[in-house]
Unconditional design. Structure first.
Lengths: 109, 116
């Protein structure tokens, strides 16, 4: 069975501090990993996906198959980064997403 | 163009009643998904429609839940004999069918269901 674990329900950091949102997964094959974000009063939207290997809004995430992790990182947190972040995986081919329980990021001034 | 839309935005019902939730996907998107977002459970997959193929119903929690997609576009999620544990935000998403990789799923605003 596939599973995504986000150990932190809430992460609070100061503006300008580095951010790391943790995500670990279990999957028997080769998954595709994603980070979704939900800002206050907005709909859930894709932030980034591991196959794109790109930086979005200063965020990056590297798939570590040895540690089965896909942590989300940003060197300098900004106030507008405050949101709910979900890590998700799929087996590929346009199928269902399995989500973690989410981490609420709060960036304080 | 317009994104995924869902109606109603909020629904309050009494235990035991049936409810219907509607999803209008992005025009041209052939894949449609329903998820449920509830406290303590996070986001759970419910059902997935892909083109003309039989839907993947593996996430439906009980036989009180059903969904259909008419004409390959609009979808309706029906919950019969609602229970208090059905209270949640029901999210719909759609994507282009892409056999090479997993296409981006675009989510609707959700329907907040409250069962009294």
């Amino acid at each position: 069975a596939q599973r995504v674990t986000q150990p932190e329900k809430l992460l609070s950091v100061f503006k300008g501090a580095p951010v790391e949102l943790k995500c670990n997964y279990s999957y028997s094959g080769s998954p595709e990993l994603f980070w979704y974000v939900q800002y206050s009063r907005q709909r859930l939207q894709l932030l980034l996906r591991h196959i794109s290997r790109e930086s979005i809004k200063g965020f990056t995430a590297d798939l570590n198959k040895g540690e089965t992790s896909f942590h989300l990182k940003k060197p300098f947190a900004q106030e507008e980064d405050s949101a709910m972040y979900y890590c998700a995986l799929t087996g590929g081919g346009g199928n269902k997403l399995t989500f973690g329980t989410g981490t609420q990021l709060k960036v304080e001034l | 163009g317009a994104g995924v839309s869902q109606s109603p935005s909020n629904k309050v019902t009494e235990k035991g009643k049936d409810v219907e939730l509607r999803c209008d996907p992005i025009s041209g998107h052939t894949a449609l998904y329903w998820y449920r977002q509830s406290l303590g459970q996070g986001l759970e997959f419910l059902i997935y429609f892909q083109g003309n193929s039989a839907p993947d119903k593996s996430g439906l929690p009980s036989d009180r839940f059903s969904a259909e997609r008419t004409g390959g576009s609009v979808s309706t999620l029906t919950i019969q004999r609602t229970q208090q544990e059905d209270s949640a935000v029901y999210l719909c998403a759609s994507s282009l069918l892409n056999t090479l990789s997993t296409d981006t799923q675009y989510f609707g605003p959700g329907t907040r269901l409250t069962v009294l």
